[in-house]
Design a protein around this ligand. Structure first.
Ligand SMILES: Nc1ncnc2c1ncn2[C@@H]1O[C@H](COP(=O)(O)OP(=O)(O)OP(=O)(O)O)[C@@H](O)[C@H]1O
Ligand SMILES: [Mg+2]
Length: 252
């Protein structure tokens, strides 16, 4: 990441930043409303830097609901999820409530603040799992990271909180500088659904996706059939013992 300037809030009324604050299009009224909202959250500046781009400006990430950037509360560096004006939800409150519950079991970036259009959270300095796997093939590190991802999913299962997007999670698992995985994006999370964090993430990491192939080369021989079998059992009994069986079948 190259060095970029931190921009104070008054600079954000200018293009192209205004269009990012009210992405995907510049809406003057909305921008000034949102800048007041940022002020109330204690945000003093934003920094446009990261591996993704919107409107030729680097950012941490972009999805259907939000654009994620670096922000500052005075000298504290945090991550800011900006609600897109075309998002299919009216506020960030649900995501904040879900993230708060995940935080209770030490999962997810720490929630730092929320308003109608913004969610402030701990900044995770890392790279997405698929990219991380590319740079780190064989070795114990991979096993340790995957095991920690499964442990976090087990804690979410036990807490009754279903993330909802872990069966296809190329953008929802960040590995930080200390090689600790962080699960992000709790906007489709729910406490009303049947939980399937462990089964979904195993499907993604070991069974179904292109990632599964990349994971397999860095672990000893694992059998997809055996994993599917233990997951079936885990789904029914959902005990620590059954979860240990899952870890075992995944070679972790
Ligand atoms: N706390 C954070 N620290 C650093 N980067 C983050 C953080 N939260 C999210 N990101 C980055 O921003 C991207 C988009 O975040 P998120 O998935 O929450 O947005 P979204 O609009 O819901 O996206 P999608 O539509 O893909 O679900 C993530 O894939 C990740 O790369
Ligand atoms: Mg999302």
């Amino acid at each position: 990441m190259g060095k970029t300037l931190a921009l104070s809030l008054e600079k954000l009324v200018e293009e192209p930043y205004a269009s990012i604050i009210s992405y995907p299009e510049h809406n003057k009224k909305e921008v000034s409303k949102r800048l007041r909202e940022l002020q109330r959250l204690g945000v003093t500046a934003l920094r446009f830097s990261g591996r993704k781009q919107v409107l030729n400006v680097p950012v941490l990430g972009k999805g259907c609901v939000g654009v994620v950037t670096i922000a500052y509360r005075k000298s504290e560096k945090v991550a800011l999820k900006i609600r897109r004006i075309d998002a299919d939800r009216a506020t960030m409150q649900h995501e904040a409530r879900m993230l708060e519950r995940a935080n209770l079991v030490q999962v997810g970036p720490r929630l730092l603040g929320v308003s109608k259009n913004f969610l402030l959270m701990q900044f995770v300095d890392g790279i997405l799992l698929p990219d991380w796997l590319e740079t780190r093939i064989a070795g114990t590190n991979v096993r340790k990271v995957l095991r920690e991802i499964l442990e976090q999913c087990w804690r979410l299962d036990k807490a009754g909180l279903d993330h909802g997007e872990l069966s296809h999670a190329p953008k929802h698992l960040i590995i930080d500088q200390e090689s600790s995985p962080v699960i992000v994006d709790f906007e489709t999370a729910s406490t009303d659904r049947r939980v399937s964090n462990v089964t979904s993430v195993c499907q993604f990491l070991f069974v179904g996706s292109e990632i599964a192939g990349r994971v397999a080369v860095s672990l000893d021989k694992i059998s997809k059939e055996a994993i599917i079998e233990v997951l079936r059992h885990y789904k029914v009994v959902r005990s620590r013992e059954a979860f240990d069986g899952v870890l075992d079948a995944c070679g972790l």
